[in-house]
Ligand binder design. Structure first.
Ligand code: ZN
Length: 658
């Protein structure tokens, strides 16, 4: 566990505006890499930035035009920059960069400016015709085009509409379909699926009407977004010359080939080669990958996550994987539900080296790919935890006073500071490497027997497996932890979160819908109730504030084991009714009074609920034309970085639809 000891890092906080805070991550392993690997990272970092414009245009067709206009104002507006209006303008632009467009990345709703339309018109006129000439023929036209989009709440109100009672394609402002009804879109792709059920139809194209027919405009080198895709290909090819392994050189070429042709069969070829490369320690996710933004779940948003393996932490996950059978054999579940032979997933712990597209500046903390089910089944998948991102999140949390507010005792606060980060990481490792892969269904039970309760039950199962084993001697014997303080810190925060603090992300009056939130409350509330006779978890009121205190961590571990046994039974037998009862009784309803109290306490802490990250700057050192080293800089500010990217990595015209 040494590798995770909480050391003091350079302060990660950069700035905050509105509800958003910006942090900086560091790549602590980069300096130790040999030159060849530094060059590999450097070239892939450029491939990660080259597609930046694509995500703006995917999110909404006018986003690029708006961004470029506002950036021209920022550069050329000659008037008062200290005024309240101008400050509001700056916050709006920073928020737009944060969301890769005018819609909020989480709520999907359009961000309304704080400044008035009159002030916007003033900004445009004062900035002047010349500074905007590359975007509009006249300033009047700039105003006529943009004012309704920015100020009329009824124009493009949501980037993504998921209300099934309306036409979700028509009501989503994002740019995957044009003039296409939901029914047309659905039947178009059903037809494609009929031809070949394996391909990820629709993943890399926009669907629109042309001459009375539905046609796809494919995102490829000589198609839509071609100017940006050509740049991505160029940097992938540069990188290939420095590949660490043959497998890596193979999938880099396959990825470039897919970008050149837009052929979905080639995307699968690439995905298979990529998932089979388990030797390379530098890896890249790059392309049209996740489909959350499309109401039909087909269109991939462009993203890039470049990462470097954390060798020490990865040793830990490998150790868990190698001992997967031991954990399976000793699990507190019925023998009939155990796998006779189990293989742990080799989840790797990595440090992010560059974020791009949809993953910048907001980023996930863990990723598991590819998405195609048949590839996962036949060739496996790769799972990563982004260690430097979770570390920065944790540091920001420690500094915010959050734990001080919601933890009852000094002891608990100290334990969180000392062991909280290790506890979170160990939980994730156990959950990903062992939890999901453990256990088996009884003969004849279907994998989707639990229907809509499948996902919270499965997450609860993996969580409980992790919680149960965190406090097992075996982890000390394996040298993964040195004491159970790590487990105690994790138990404290899991219970606190499940019974109380996760409610900060729920709107007043609402109940729990999201699978992870349901599972956490289910676990915490079940243990709270079942442990009541022994007072395992105690509810306390102190000065009008509610706290939950764990009086006996060992007994709590036994409760985790009991609930794991029951949840495993439900899954193995496909007991839909029992799944529903558990979720209904423990995982759905919110304690209104407590919710209100928690929201009030959180508000007083004044913590920005949304977080983004800025990237390091890679600087090649040249001697006689050749690159002899690559250095990392961590001093770039948020606005400087955004404006630099807009200058150096903007390869698309303001309206790529034309
Ligand atoms: Zn999970």
């Amino acid at each position: 566990m040494k590798n995770l000891t909480f050391e003091s890092q350079p302060a990660s906080f950069v700035e905050s505006f509105g509800e958003i805070k910006i942090l900086r991550y560091t790549v602590s392993h980069f300096d130790r890499l040999p030159l060849d690997q530094k060059l590999l990272v450097y070239y892939l970092s450029r491939a990660s930035l080259a597609g930046r414009d694509i995500i703006y245009h995917q999110n909404y067709k006018y986003n690029l035009l708006i961004r470029k206009t506002l950036e021209a104002i920022l550069e050329h507006y000659p008037g008062d920059r200290q005024s309240e209006g101008f400050e509001q303008f700056i916050v709006y632009l920073k928020t737009l960069w944060y969301n890769n467009g005018i819609h909020h990345h989480f709520s999907k709703e359009k961000t309304m400016p704080e400044f008035s339309q009159a002030y916007f018109e003033h900004l445009i006129r004062e900035t002047g015709q010349e500074a905007l000439a590359h975007l509009f023929p006249t300033t009047d036209e700039a105003i006529d085009t943009l004012a309704p989009i920015l100020f009329d709440a009824t124009v493009a109100p949501k980037s993504l509409e998921q209300d099934a009672s309306v036409d979700m394609l028509r009501h989503s402002a994002n740019n995957f379909y044009e003039g296409v009804t939901q029914q047309e879109g659905e039947s178009f792709y059903q037809g494609k699926k009929g031809q070949d059920e394996r391909l990820s139809w629709g993943l890399n194209s926009k669907l629109e009407h042309r001459d009375g027919e539905l046609v796809e405009r494919t995102w490829k080198a000589d198609g839509m977004y071609g100017q940006a895709i050509g740049q991505i290909i160029y940097w992938l090819e540069q990188a290939r010359g420095h590949a660490q392994t043959e497998e890596q050189a193979g999938w880099l070429e396959a990825l470039a080939e897919y970008y050149r042709t837009g052929d979905l069969q080639k995307f699968d070829d690439y995905s298979i080669r990529w998932v089979q490369d388990t030797r390379s320690t530098i890896d890249l996710i790059n392309g049209f990958i996740e489909t959350y933004e499309d109401p039909l779940g087909l269109k991939g948003t462009w993203e890039s996550i470049l990462h470097v393996q954390d060798p020490e932490a990865t040793k830990r996950t490998q150790l868990l994987s190698q001992n997967a059978q031991w954990f399976e054999d000793h699990a507190p579940i019925d023998e009939r539900f155990k796998k006779p032979s189990v293989r742990g997933v080799s989840a790797r712990v990595v440090e992010v080296a560059m974020l791009g597209g949809e993953s910048y500046p907001t980023t996930p903390i863990g990723v598991n790919l590819p998405n195609a089910d048949w590839i996962r089944k036949e060739h496996g998948s790769k799972s990563i935890t982004l260690n430097n991102i979770t570390r920065a999140h944790h540091e920001a949390m420690v500094e915010s006073g959050f734990v001080e507010e919601f933890a009852y005792s000094r002891e608990e606060i100290e334990r969180n500071k000392q062991h909280g980060f290790q506890g979170d990481n160990l939980h994730t490792d156990l959950h990903e490497c062992l939890g999901h892969g453990s256990g088996q269904l009884l003969e004849g039970v279907s994998g989707d027997a639990l229907k809509n309760y499948q996902s919270p039950i499965e997450e609860a199962r993996a969580d409980l497996f992790a919680l149960y084993y965190m406090m097992d001697r075996k982890l000390i014997d394996l040298g993964i932890i040195t004491s159970f303080e790590t487990a105690r810190a994790q138990y404290d925060s899991y219970i606190r979160n499940g019974l109380m603090t996760q409610l900060i992300r729920v709107k007043p009056g609402r109940n729990l819908e999201q699978a992870h939130m349901r599972n956490r409350q289910l676990v915490a509330r079940w243990c709270y109730e079942k442990g009541a006779p022994d007072n395992v978890i105690q509810r306390m009121e102190h000065l009008g504030k509610t706290f939950f205190i764990i009086n006996d961590h060992q007994k709590l571990r036994q409760l985790f084991g009991q609930l794991l046994a029951e949840i495993q039974r439900i899954k193995s037998e496909g007991d839909h009714q029992a799944a529903r009862a558990l979720i209904k009784d423990y995982g759905t309803l919110v304690d209104r009074e407590l919710h209100e109290e928690v929201l009030g306490r959180f508000r007083k802490l004044n913590i920005a609920p949304f977080t983004g990250f800025i990237n390091p700057v890679y600087e090649p050192v040249r001697e006689n034309g050749a690159i002899t080293d690559v250095r990392l800089r961590y001093d770039e500010e948020y606005t400087t970085q955004m404006m630099r990217y807009s200058r150096d990595y903007s390869f698309l015209p303001p309206d790529p639809d034309q």
